[in-house]
Design a protein around this ligand. Structure first.
Ligand code: AMP
Length: 194
């Protein structure tokens, strides 16, 4: 049986996860699971989950781990027969990473690669301010919220990269440069585990 491919794309807000995910999804026929997109859909539907999520997202804070883990497990189950899944914006805390490992073990699958995109602070802020012009995202439009998201990333999310470094799965990829070149570097890493 052909194995299911599970790839996580990781990095600070504005590093280019969304842009690269669109290319990866197409080339490798993966299901793109963006926890941010899932939450934004819930906000648009004005569901209870959406209302709750909005109160955190508007401040640039993370949604509680148990809520997000629950959402993710349902999505993984729905797509368990797919070619594979691209995780974008998850895991974002060490607790989420541990929960993902446990969930995968239970389902007999594993994370094949953890792609960590990098960029300096000023580049991230500049990109997010630019993105606000057409993303329609309120959390991109306010510099204070942007700064808070980067702070939360450095404090709560970056330790996830160390977690996967210890597992030997973390590959760092420079997120600054031409989109096509970054994509080539990503493909090179995915092809190694495919
Ligand atoms: P993103 O689209 O990945 O930038 O996510 C936008 C916002 O959604 C974040 O600032 C968080 O408030 C929330 N969010 C997305 N993914 C997660 C996650 N895995 N854990 C907690 N909060 C999340």
């Amino acid at each position: 049986m052909k194995k299911m491919l599970n790839i996580a794309i990781f990095g600070a807000p504005g590093v280019g996860k969304g842009t690269q995910s669109a290319f990866i999804e197409k080339k490798y026929k993966l299901v793109h699971l963006s926890t941010g997109d899932i939450l934004r859909e819930e906000i648009a539907k004005e569901s209870n989950l959406g209302k709750m999520a909005k109160s955190y997202m508007d401040k640039g804070q993370l949604i509680p781990d148990d809520v997000i883990i629950d959402i993710l497990e349902k999505k993984v189950d729905e797509n368990i027969k797919s070619e594979g899944i691209l995780y974008d914006g998850f895991p974002r805390t060490v607790n989420q990473a541990k929960a993902l490992d446990k969930m995968f073990a239970k389902k007999g699958i594993k994370l094949d690669s953890f792609l960590c995109l990098t960029a300096d602070h000023d580049t991230l802020v500049k990109r997010l301010i630019n993105r606000a012009k057409d993303s329609g995202r309120s959390d991109d439009a306010d510099v204070n919220v942007i700064e808070n998201r980067i702070k939360v990333y450095n404090e709560s999310t970056l330790p996830v990269a160390d977690f996967y470094k210890k597992e030997g799965k973390c590959v760092e990829i420079n997120g600054i440069g031409k989109v096509e070149e970054i994509f080539d570097n990503i493909c090179h890493e995915i092809d190694k585990v495919k």
